[in-house]
Design a protein around this ligand. Structure first.
Ligand code: PAF
Length: 290
């Protein structure tokens, strides 16, 4: 497994693999690798014959009071884990100076999608999706993938990236990997590492809330008030949880739905703080056709 540190080296490496006729798969991550990431690597191996994992904690997607400094980091451990599972050809782990020439504060060109960024996490994290879309476009330019895999736990990110690929006519296929959960139902997340053991055991309320709401929708519940109350009450049953949002949104546009229309696909989504740790979860539901 090659460890590549600069954009120029990564581009040369990708060009060489493309010239050899390889199908390049990419798994962008910020490190702190866990079972969820490993399932994305597995998916990438099925889609491509040459897989690169990127490990870069992107400063431009964190707000001034967010957890950039405390975000879990451990390149050596992450690389060991990837070596153990095998099948990863390269790790692209640039430093900030190589990735954002002159530093992230010198970045003047951004990818934005204001309409779809204003819902869910975008309401509480202004600038977050601008940072995500821009860094992923830069990762695509460095790694030149044919196919790129992203986790569906970050479903708003996935939908926005799909839209970026479509609107900018990027010749890249995007694949979404299902959410991987611990036995308690808690979705794997790098941020789980920063939870205390009490917080961690209470954090299962996120999955309980979204899965219960999605099940109710698929069983025919039509009242958005009842569904939202179900999610809020489930979250609030955890004494350490601070609810940020609990919403049902359209799965294509991310607009909060006003009515559950038969045949529509919707997402039940929550964001919750435990101390300083912000967790998100979601479940997709198809509104039954009467
Ligand atoms: O999902 C993540 O880990 C990050 O948002 C991503 C896509 C690697 C961009 O920094």
């Amino acid at each position: 497994m090659e460890i590549i540190k600069t954009v120029t080296e990564m581009q040369a490496y990708a060009d060489q693999k493309r010239a050899e006729g390889r199908i390049l798969g990419l798994v962008p991550t910020m490190g702190g690798l866990h079972e969820g990431h490993l399932s994305l690597v597995k998916l990438a191996k099925e889609e491509a014959d040459h897989v690169t994992v990127t490990i870069f904690v992107n400063p431009t997607q964190f707000g001034p009071n967010e957890d950039y400094e405390t975000y879990p980091r451990g390149l050596e451990r992450d690389c060991r884990l990837l070596e153990t599972i095998g099948g990863v050809s390269a790790v692209f782990a640039p430093d900030e100076a190589s990735f954002y020439p002159g530093g992230a504060d010198q970045q003047r060109v951004w990818v934005v999608c204001p309409e779809m960024s204003k819902y869910l996490c975008g309401k509480d994290r202004p600038g977050h999706f601008r940072g995500v879309l821009t860094v992923v476009l830069k990762l695509f330019a460095a790694c030149k993938p044919h196919v790129s895999v992203f986790g569906l736990k970050d479903i708003q990110q996935y939908i926005l990236l799909k839209r970026m690929i479509h609107d900018l006519s990027l010749n890249i296929r995007i694949v979404g990997g299902s959410i991987v959960r611990e036995p308690s139902g808690l979705a794997f997340s790098s941020r789980n590492e920063n939870l205390s053991s009490n917080e961690r055991s209470q954090a299962q309320v996120l999955s309980k809330a979204v899965i219960a709401a999605a099940d109710m929708i698929e069983l025919g519940e039509k009242s958005l008030e009842r569904l939202t109350a179900l999610m809020m009450n489930t979250i609030q049953s955890a004494s350490l949880a601070k609810l940020q949002y609990a919403e049902i949104v359209d799965a294509n546009t991310l607009h909060p739905v006003e009515k559950l229309i038969p045949g529509a696909r919707v997402i039940a989504a929550v964001a919750v703080y435990f101390g300083d740790v912000r967790l998100i979860d979601n479940a997709i539901a198809d509104v039954p056709v009467e």
